[in-house]
Design a protein around this ligand. Structure first.
Ligand code: 13P
Length: 242
């Protein structure tokens, strides 16, 4: 399975951030390597411009959220069709920050994932337990329920991202054994061919050991995707020929 290394820029990135993408492409000596998928999900304001500028350099562009409907009276929202029209190839749905900040339920996340597929985008569907749930021993139940509620019906091509909430932006990560156990569990509940990414404090220092775990098919990287100097070694750490 071709690894996918995805950067989620969250609510970061002005026009000047182009320099980081250009520095990354320069580190690849002109184009991202073909044996791994490199994806950047900038804020919506930069999606069209980045897609136009960088897709030929092998950097795919994605968005961080979409509405479930194709259009209509939904002030401030952006549909999956609009993102596809802007040149996006992927869209993250159900990130824990959206589940928490915007009260998104599994049902909402599934509707968004189905909207992405309808528009020809690949959804990256996020799941993950909180610290309290991990400590209470319910992480597998929580993630199992999120998968059951959030994954689209059928085997359409999508990506799942396992992001333990307590590992996001904290510098903490589960043990390699715990990541492996959760990815094996997700694999058992996910159609063949769907890539399963790990996310939460992925850094140049831990990327290689995390990306070598069985059933870890890539990474969803937050803070360390904002700087080419950090993101490039993470991309390089994915198994392959680079
Ligand atoms: P960090 O890599 O900053 O921990 O963020 C992970 C994340 O939420 C990616 O979607």
């Amino acid at each position: 399975m071709k690894p996918l290394i995805a950067g989620n820029w969250k609510m970061n990135g002005l026009q000047a951030a182009r320099a980081e993408v250009e520095a990354l492409i320069e580190k690849f000596a002109g184009a991202a390597p073909a044996d791994r998928d490199v994806l950047i999900c900038p804020p919506a304001t930069l999606v069209a411009q980045f897609a136009e500028r960088y897709s030929d350099e092998g950097v795919q562009i994605g968005a961080q959220d979409c509405h479930a409907l194709a259009g209509g009276a939904h002030t401030g929202d952006i549909s999956a069709e609009m993102l596809a029209d802007a040149g996006a190839a992927y869209v993250i749905v159900g990130h824990s920050e959206r589940r928490a900040d915007h009260g998104e339920s599994d049902e909402t996340v599934r509707a968004k994932a189905e909207a992405a597929l309808r528009a020809g985008l690949t959804p990256i569907i996020c799941v993950g337990e909180t610290r309290e749930q991990r400590e209470a021993g319910t992480a597998f139940d929580v993630v199992g329920a999120q998968l059951k509620g959030s994954l689209p019906n059928g085997g359409a091509p999508f990506v799942v991202a396992y992001e333990p909430v307590w590992a996001i932006g904290t510098g903490l990560t589960p043990s390699l054994a715990d990541i492996g156990a959760m990815h094996d569990f997700i694999r058992s509940k996910t159609p063949e061919g769907a890539r399963i990414l790990y996310g939460g404090s992925v850094k140049p220092e831990n990327a290689e050991e995390i990306l070598a775990i069985n059933n870890v098919n890539g990474a969803l990287v937050g803070g360390a995707s904002l700087k080419a100097d950090d993101f490039h070694p993470i991309i390089a750490a994915a198994p392959g020929e680079m």
